[in-house]
Design a protein around this ligand. Structure first.
Ligand code: FAD
Length: 317
């Protein structure tokens, strides 16, 4: 079932979460061990991230460096199929522009369609770690909006090979990313919203936000989206802070601000255990307020570990 139908049919706020494929060589059983307890809260859908290739350098004899291309967390499609099979829950694979040309994207979409997966989160993806800015593959997309155009084309039966006769249309429900504190490359929030609106006009049916720690930022973002004519569901994405290091790491990686009250509380913690407690309590507080305001879904970034998200969900659902 489509994410938008789950939202339409729901009487109350739904619970969902995002997982990462395990690192290459790790077992899917460990991942199941994290997902299993969260089934208690009946998530109608689970997002599975996609991780593109990276360059790694190996030292060879004589000190020469050899560059290798590796994907450290492959398996997005396989995990989606496994989630459907094991839990009968709708998986939402993330599909990105980076590392794909249009033909490869089309083939990935065909795989997902054959697996009976009818939801996608369409994203551009970040720059490769070795590159300063995002560079599309030759024949690939530069922006999520172009990826949406391709998916919508397939939803209307248009494949890349124009000679295909009577091609079967796909029926993907497309979600996209939104940034309450603006995407870091956008000159300002209004310009970012202009491109967000374009994604909606091209066929995106719901938005999942980047994590935020100050609900006011989310409320203001929703208001601005509505003013701009973006009228699809906007699902808040929440991440519980779990370590002392997150105090610096989250703002630098995700380009967001931590509110004073949270930053001060964490800074006063002696160890990671203390920081984790603050993170859980903060997220429960955020979630309660968002629920009271009637958000359609509370979507948690679990980073593949369920313990904190379990405690938060137990306090709410
Ligand atoms: P876009 O919507 O393409 O926007 C990127 C930038 O370009 C923005 O600054 C926008 O304002 C600007 N822009 C858009 N269109 C145009 C245009 N036509 N002309 C000029 N500028 C334009 N990354 C992964 O690699 N894998 C994942 O699984 C993943 N999951 C994510 C899930 C969520 C909920 C979120 C919020 C992010 C996720 N990301 C993931 C990270 C995401 O790929 C990055 O934030 C990326 O930098 C932007 O992706 P986007 O889809 O928002 O890009």
């Amino acid at each position: 079932m489509k994410v938008t139908d789950h939202i339409k049919n729901a009487k109350d706020t739904l619970f969902s979460f995002e997982i990462l494929p395990p690192k290459k060589g790790e077992s899917i059983e460990t991942l199941f061990g994290h997902i299993d307890p969260l089934m208690e809260f009946k998530p109608p859908f689970i997002d599975v991230t996609y991780h593109r290739e990276e360059f790694v350098y190996k030292t060879r004899e004589g000190g020469l460096l050899e560059r290798k291309t590796v994907r450290k967390r492959p398996g997005t499609v396989g995990i989606c199929a496994a989630i459907k099979h094991r839990y009968d829950v709708d998986p939402v694979p993330h599909i990105i522009c980076g590392g794909f040309n249009m033909e490869e994207t089309e083939n990935a979409l065909i795989d997902l369609n054959f697996l009976g997966i009818d939801n996608l989160l369409a994203l551009r993806g970040d720059a490769m770690k070795s590159e300063a800015t995002f560079v599309p593959d030759e024949g690939g997309h530069s922006y999520a909006s172009q990826l949406i155009e391709q998916i919508q084309g397939m939803n209307q039966g248009h494949y890349l090979d124009e000679e295909l006769q009577n091609a079967v249309p796909t029926d993907f429900c497309i979600g996209v990313a939104g940034y309450p504190e603006k995407h870091f490359e956008a000159p300002n929030l209004n310009i970012d919203l202009k491109y967000l609106k374009k994604k909606v006009e091209l066929g995106a049916e719901y938005i999942v936000t980047q994590m935020f720690f100050d609900n006011q930022k989310y409320f203001e973002f929703v208001d601005k989206c509505r003013e701009a004519g973006i009228d699809i569901p906007i699902i808040p994405g929440l991440k519980p802070l779990t370590t002392l290091r997150h105090l610096q790491m989250l703002p630098s990686v995700f380009h967001l601000d931590l509110p004073d009250a949270l930053a001060d509380e964490v800074a006063n913690c002696k160890d990671n255990k203390g920081a984790r407690e603050v993170g859980v309590e903060w997220t429960i507080h955020q979630s309660k307020e968002l629920m009271e305001k009637g958000v359609p879904v509370l979507h948690y970034y679990s980073m593949g570990k369920s313990e904190n998200v379990y405690r938060i969900a137990k306090a709410l659902f």
